[in-house]
Design a protein around this ligand. Sequence first.
Ligand code: SF4
Ligand code: SF4
Length: 303
Amino acid sequence: MRQESEKTSVQDDILYTITSIQRFATHDGPGIRTVVFFKGCPLHCPWCANPETWQKEPELFHDDSLCTGCGRCVLVCPKRAVAVIDGKARVNRRICDGCAKCTDACLNKAMEVTGKRMTIPEILVEIRKDDEYYQASGGGITLSGGEIFAQDPVPLLKALKEQGYHTAVETEGAYGLEKLEQAMPWIDLVYHDVKHCDPAKLKKFTGADFAEITDHLRYLKDSGKPVIIRIPVIPGFNLDELEDIRMYVKELGFDRIQLLPFHPMGKGKWQKLDRQYPYEQTPMMDKTQLESFRDEATEIGGH
Ligand code: SF4
Ligand code: SF4
């Protein structure tokens, strides 16, 4: 990283919508990292651990377990988007615009807005807090989501590289290839999701286009940049076809694969968004279930 006095000026007129900035991450690239989670995703995978990243706009989390039904939120909502029904606040999400007035009014912290607008300088303030740790560990910054290309990550990536940070991105390839091409000069490492190699199944479960994702993967292979393929392993979706998926990835020329066993840790967030979690009854996968897939190219990651 450059010293403070050497830092170049950065663009300050762009507003990113960020769900969180996680410090001291150790599983999303080399060394100690800060992970910036972007809001917005073109896919809607039913096992998603971060469903609050689907929409680009800020959204309201409502925690039923904390709500006493006091109605303070009803009184302050300028949109009349909230009512108390059967002793609990209920939000009309078609009307709510995430203004956050109810979060200030609620004494029980049952309302919370997810998604904060931040400029690049504001994001950099958070990132710089851990400069000494990145330096000591060979770490850096990872952009994740959601799908980072649902917004335009290039100005932020460019600012990060100009400030001397190692940059990694986590992406899934469901967007125009030109966006990735424009960003590549500012990216040091790519984590790319591969969810399935059966086009019909991929489309049905996630909405993704297999041909488009394959184009992205071919481009990445040709780019010569380091790429790690991540396969979320989901019972009832791809667990039984895992070997076929690994073969597809290997045939494309990739030799680093991480298998991420299913975990239901997003369940609470689905509930707070009033969405039915399709994997409610599916238990967390035991990593040892995947041991037989471990080889020189494949590691078992996750929880
Ligand atoms: S103010 Fe909070 S506790 Fe009261 S009804 Fe609204 S969400 Fe529930
Ligand atoms: S975030 Fe704003 S619009 Fe939405 S329920 Fe709360 S007060 Fe109403």
